[in-house]
Design a protein around this ligand. Structure first.
Ligand SMILES: Nc1ncnc2c1ncn2[C@@H]1O[C@H](COP(=O)(O)OP(=O)(O)OP(=O)(O)O)[C@@H](O)[C@H]1O
Length: 135
């Protein structure tokens, strides 16, 4: 192991507020980038805002809020991972590759599975209250 690698390793092990701040800054840059260019992420954000507004109007309780929050943040996180994986695959190959297709389809499937669960949670929590309000 050369000197630079040892120094980098030591630096990583050392508690550093600057390093934590930088990691936070890069993560925020990732979110801003996704907000600007990722259509699916933008759609999920709009859906999340609508669900939150409905939840406030329908006055859901604390436990219901926890389920809604876990659903929203879970979908958003998976969407970000999906976008990252798409980029990683695109860097790995520009060719049409069965493995590249599988990697992207599997990542998209992960979002779909979690989003389906989130819709079910939303319907179970908000559905009856919405029906009561409207009829
Ligand atoms: N290199 C590749 N080889 C084979 N199939 C690919 C490859 N790249 C993409 N695909 C297929 O095309 C689909 C769409 O890929 P793309 O990179 O456009 O992502 P996307 O699903 O459009 O994502 P987003 O809309 O979030 O950008 C993938 O799910 C996959 O099935």
């Amino acid at each position: 192991m050369n000197f630079l690698k040892v120094t980098a390793l030591k630096d990583k092990e050392r508690f550093s507020l600057v390093r934590i701040f930088c990691a936070f800054k890069y993560a925020i840059q990732g979110i801003i980038h996704a907000l600007k260019v990722e259509k699916n992420f933008q759609i999920h954000i709009v859906c999340a805002i609508i669900v939150c507004l409905l939840s406030i109007i329908l006055n859901i309780d604390k436990t219901e809020w926890l389920f809604i929050i876990i659903s929203i943040f879970g979908v958003l996180s998976l969407e970000l991972v999906n976008s990252a994986l798409e980029r990683a695959v695109d860097i790995a190959t520009q060719e049409i590759e069965p493995l590249a297709k599988q990697a992207k389809d599997l990542a998209a499937a992960a979002v779909l599975v979690y989003a389906t669960m989130s819709v079910i949670i939303g319907v179970v929590i908000l559905g009856p209250k919405l029906i009561n309000l409207l009829f």
